[in-house]
Design a protein around this ligand. Structure first.
Ligand SMILES: Nc1ncnc2c1ncn2[C@@H]1O[C@H](COP(=O)(O)OP(=O)(O)OP(=O)(O)O)[C@@H](O)[C@H]1O
Length: 554
């Protein structure tokens, strides 16, 4: 998808509001030009001391232009921002939804901070594109054309000079400036992303960097990126200054040309002396409207770079595509199967080869194998984070590609090793699984996960804050809380990925026993390195004998 198509489709629903804003803006700028023209005539005419009644229409017009300018400017801001903020809201939701569709397999090529940047700053750029680029250009085009006709009607030469000055300030300078800004933005956007990811990396890895005394090196690298970014910003500011200078120069030249051409026309009798001030002063007001265009061109260059980054994310094909006509799967006991499955996260680099696996209702199966043998990939296939490149995954005999992903994930729950805990309360973390759960239901899930006794000792109970990434909890408590959340969701099939990783032996054994007891009659697939898991399950599958390196029959 091109950035232009993205902008067009994003702005299409707000066309009415944007047209209204452009008309109001043109009205406001036109009122400023009218105010200048009529005032110029009024002052010249009044100098000749005519009866005041001859000036009444002009006096009323001055008041009308003066009053309407503010009202119309307000209307432009209101309509323009209302339309642009609606576009912004819709676009942010669209980008977020697409990122959610891409996650997790489709996002491996992106860095988190970079994605956060796209979702915030790059989406915000659409607001600038509409209110600081599109509207100023529409307003300047309408008012510029009208003013050239007005001034040209009195003096063709002054009209031509105004047209040339407006083209210089509104088209030539912005085009040159946008070329320069494109070069600067080509450098600035990646530098900003590098600074954001580098800062996020530094913050996340601070304890380790401090431990190894490596902070200085990281800070120096970030300072280098910052310096390059500053230089790019300075170059872009210098261009803005140059554009402002050219605008001031063009305004002055137009006024002088208007004065010379007007004086000649007055002398030759083709222009009434009272109108000379109109020809000379009107361009001042017109250039006020055009003066914002070079800045608009800069916003355009920055906005286009952001829109390209968004178009790039939005063009990425999701790793799994939901069926347009999904098959319904009724509640009840479910059987999951992998049939001669091959899988790859990256095309051409298979991770699994010829895998068959059946999980019948109530089965307890352990999946073991060395690191990298594809255990988590099997889990990803079962919850359809990834589709097989060959073979199929079925639920009750139905290919999971024909089932709505949301429905499949209501039935099959995946508890990753690093299940995310939000920086909120215990209750809020549990209600992610079931927002309408009562406190009693939360307590029930905590009791099943053997965490209730501990929660009851806390002064704030369910309302206790768990800290960032659950930092206030021990490793075992974090796993149990994540398990309680999965139990609350009431998945019929539970996939537990390395539930006891990084725990000491005694804690790991107790947790594993509690996990399996809490799972009740659910189907459970435990992914684990631990050898003692085998004794606690019905069946044990060792992936090392079935991975790509050594494909073998089951
Ligand atoms: N989200 C992902 N994106 C890209 N490649 C991935 C992703 N997840 C896993 N892989 C790759 O797939 C291969 C198998 O990884 P997987 O995590 O399935 O193995 P594992 O047996 O679960 O390993 P571990 O025991 O270390 O967790 C690895 O080479 C890994 O790099």
């Amino acid at each position: 998808m091109s950035w232009m198509r993205l902008l067009r489709t994003a702005a299409a629903p707000a066309t009415g509001g944007l047209v209204l804003a452009a008309l109001a803006g043109a009205g406001a700028a036109g009122a400023a030009v009218g105010l200048m023209a009529v005032s110029a005539w009024l002052i010249s005419r009044a100098a000749l001391h005519p009866p005041v009644l001859h000036l009444m229409v002009a006096i009323v017009a001055v008041r009308a232009f003066g009053l309407s300018r503010g009202v119309l400017r307000y209307a432009e801001r209101l309509a323009g921002h209302d339309a642009a903020l609606r576009v912004l809201g819709r676009l942010r939701a669209r980008v977020f939804t697409h990122l959610a569709e891409l996650a997790p397999a489709g996002l491996t090529g992106y860095r988190r901070a970079d994605l956060a940047q796209r979702l915030s700053a790059d989406v915000d750029a659409v607001l600038d594109m509409l209110t600081r680029v599109l509207l100023p250009y529409a307003v300047a085009a309408i008012v510029g054309a009208g003013s050239v006709v007005l001034v040209g009607a009195y003096s063709a030469a002054a009209g031509l000079a105004l047209a040339a000055g407006l083209l210089l300030v509104g088209v030539l300078v912005p085009v040159l400036q946008s070329r320069a800004a494109r070069l600067a933005d080509g450098r600035r956007a990646p530098l900003r992303a590098e600074l954001a990811t580098g800062t996020a990396d530094l913050l996340h890895g601070l304890p380790d960097l401090l431990a190894y005394g490596a902070t200085g090196d990281r800070l120096a690298r970030l300072a280098g990126v910052d310096a390059r970014l500053r230089r790019a910003e300075q170059r872009s500011s210098a261009m803005a200054g140059l554009a402002a200078a050219v605008t001031a120069l063009a305004t002055g030249i137009c006024v002088l040309v208007g004065l010379a051409a007007g004086a000649v026309a007055v002398r030759s009798g083709t222009l009434h002396g009272e109108l000379l001030a109109v020809v000379v002063l009107t361009p001042l007001a017109v250039f006020e409207t055009a003066a914002g265009l070079p800045a608009a061109a800069q916003h355009f260059a920055a906005g286009r770079a952001s829109m390209r980054r968004l178009a790039d994310v939005l063009s990425a094909a999701p790793p799994v595509i939901a069926s347009a006509t999904p098959v319904d799967v009724p509640d009840g006991p479910h059987t999951l199967r992998l049939e001669a499955v091959e899988a790859a996260w990256t095309p051409g680099r298979p991770v699994l080869h010829g895998i068959d696996l059946e999980l019948a209702p109530g089965d307890r199966v352990a999946l073991t194998g060395p690191s990298g043998s594809g255990k988590s990939t099997v889990a990803a296939l079962l919850v359809r984070f990834l589709d097989p490149t060959a073979g199929r995954v079925t639920l009750d005999g139905i290919d999971v590609r024909r089932i709505a992903p949301g429905r499949l994930r209501q039935i099959v729950g995946y508890l990753p090793e690093d299940a995310y805990l939000f920086d909120s309360t215990i209750a809020a973390n549990l209600r992610i699984a079931r927002p309408d759960a009562t406190d009693d239901q939360l307590r029930g899930a905590l009791a099943e996960a053997r965490l209730l006794d501990w929660v009851d000792t806390l002064p704030d109970g369910l309302e206790t804050l768990v800290g960032e990434h659950g930092r206030e909890l021990s490793g075992g408590q974090r796993r149990r809380l994540a398990l309680a959340r999965a139990l609350l969701a009431d998945f019929r099939v539970l996939i537990l990925d390395e539930p006891t990783e990084h725990l000491d032996d005694a804690t790991a054994r107790a947790l594993l026993d509690d996990l399996l007891a809490a799972a009740g009659d659910r189907t459970v697939l435990v992914i684990s390195h631990r050898t003692d898991v085998a004794a606690r399950v019905d069946r044990c599958i060792d992936l090392s004998r079935r991975a790509v390196a050594a494909p073998a029959a089951l």
